[in-house]
Design a protein around this ligand. Structure first.
Ligand code: SAM
Ligand code: SF4
Length: 469
């Protein structure tokens, strides 16, 4: 599993732990969707803490219940609606409780959830979190609390996120917001607005603070991190993603840097060479391909062909031979033939992805694809093709993990293994989960250890701690 872009959390709740500060008023927040949403919830927590709210992990006890939503597929929205209905039931016995929808669904459905469906009291789009305190006040006095304005500037750069559910070792740091690409299947440009890059100084400052509080790994987040571009007006210089990566790597040699997501059209040699130059920049690239067929890639408006993608993978292998590559795939996009589908399977074989997030196409209202093309692949065909893609990925992950047996990796210990508290779990630079027995009472989460791989499953490497090779 690739934690840097944790689509496995799609449609799953991620609830805030208790706040470090205890105020009388309590908020509860549950997040769905991509890592960006989890990161945004930490910005929201900071804004609320500033306004004397502290987090509670029990929504029944909260004065304010927030749900940070995802619109990427229809199923994610259905899950959230169901959850809102549950909150609504609790509100009947706690009339003062406010329920708010944040994020992409708030942006997509605007006041529909509030006015027509009467499911919530507050609706706040991803660029309007600063107005939350004012909207809470309005909603408390019985008015409608809605702000879904998208911004061209908002990056929340000056806000220090309150880390929710943190293991104290790994953290997300947002570097861009929004997206300027117009992939025809995707709702993100409509729900999150134009792309903007956050000040490099505020990013580095946040990373420095994390290091000071003991964090050992940060993941730089954006829908398309490689298009990061920020003007340093003082120095009259442009900061590219490669420059930013270097600045982050130099904060501390003890800190690992990851990033997600890379668009194949934008990742440059400069980025790859910066990765090669610094040991602490993790050797793993999440490079979503979506389809192996050039014809479909064109319909998807991905702006690269199959050949371009394969050449990019070749280049990564050339400059970074040890680099893990992971991907996203969509089965059954409009007009997809069996031949197109076979192209996806053969591309996966060629690239040998270590892991992929795989979906069947879900038409989203308002997107280019919904307006231009017919969603013409029957559900059973979409599901069968998706299963073939999932099976292919299973084979590739198992094969790649077997190749690691006998090798030794530097692993950052994160926590006890879920299965057995006598074991640690951590990750290699390639982002592979690694489980191994604890070998000394002096080891703790946040330590780096060398692990020799002795066995594996499809998703996990198993090994033993060894001396520095
Ligand atoms: N910005 C990233 C990129 O371009 O790779 C990812 C953004 S999106 C949150 C994550 C993934 O969801 C996409 O890579 C795509 O595979 C999938 N996705 C997006 N829209 C979809 C749709 N309408 N149906 C099915 N999957 C979709
Ligand atoms: Fe969506 Fe494409 Fe932007 Fe990714 S790059 S968020 S898939 S529009």
């Amino acid at each position: 599993m690739n934690k840097t872009h944790d689509e496995s959390r799609q449609g799953e709740a991620f609830q805030a732990a208790e706040s470090p500060v205890d105020f009388h008023k309590k908020f509860y927040i549950e997040s769905y969707g991509c890592a960006m949403n989890f990161s945004d919830s930490e910005v929201v927590a900071a804004i609320l803490q500033e306004n004397q709210f502290s987090a509670t992990p029990q929504f029944e006890q909260a004065d304010l219940v927030l749900i940070n939503t995802c619109s990427i597929r229809e199923k994610a929205e259905q899950t959230i609606r169901k959850r809102l209905t549950e909150f609504r039931k609790v509100k009947q016995s706690r009339p003062g409780m406010l329920i708010g929808v944040l994020g992409c669904m708030a942006e997509r459905l605007k006041s529909q959830l509030l006015e027509q469906e009467k499911l919530v009291d507050l609706v706040i789009g991803p660029d309007a979190y600063r107005s939350l305190p004012a909207l809470i006040e309005e909603a408390s006095s019985g008015q409608k609390g809605v702000n879904v304005l998208l911004s061209r500037e908002e990056t929340y750069g000056d806000i220090s996120p309150v880390r929710l559910n943190s293991n104290g070792i790994t953290a997300f740091v947002s570097i861009t917001r929004g997206c300027n690409n117009m992939c025809s299947f995707c709702v993100v440009p409509f729900t999150r607005g134009r792309e903007r890059s956050r000040s490099a100084y505020s990013i580095i400052q946040e990373i420095q603070q994390l290091v000071e509080t003991g964090y050992k790994e940060v993941t730089l987040l954006g829908q398309n991190v490689d298009s990061y571009y920020w003007e340093d007006e003082e120095k009259k210089q442009m900061v590219t993603f490669a420059n930013l990566l270097e600045m982050a790597a130099l904060v501390s040699p003890e800190l690992r840097i990851r990033f997600s997501t890379s668009h194949p059209k934008d990742i440059t040699d400069d980025v790859l060479m910066t990765m090669a130059k610094y040991e602490n920049i993790c050797k793993c690239i999440h490079l979503p391909v979506q389809s192996g067929s050039t014809r479909l890639l064109q319909l998807m408006n991905r702006t690269y062909s199959r050949e371009w993608y394969l050449a990019k993978v070749d280049r990564i292998r050339e400059l970074l031979p040890e680099c893990g590559i992971t991907s996203d795939m969509i089965a059954g996009f409009c007009t997809e033939t069996e031949e197109d589908h076979q192209d996806t399977l053969s591309l996966m074989d060629y690239c040998g992805f270590d892991m992929s997030y795989m979906y069947f196409y879900s038409e989203r209202p308002g997107t280019l694809a919904a307006r231009r093309f017919k969603d013409d692949i029957p559900l059973d065909v979409k599901k069968r093709r998706l299963q073939e893609i999932v099976d292919k990925q299973g084979e590739l992950s198992t094969r790649n993990n077997h190749k690691d047996i006998g090798k030794t990796f530097k692993v950052l210990i994160e926590t006890d293994s879920k299965r057995d508290s006598n074991d640690w779990t951590g990750r290699t630079s390639q982002n592979k989960i690694t489980v191994f027995p604890k070998s000394s009472s002096l080891q703790k989460p946040g330590d780096y250890v060398w692990v020799r791989i002795t066995d594996c499953t499809r998703a996990t490497l198993l090994g033993q701690i060894v001396d520095h090779p």
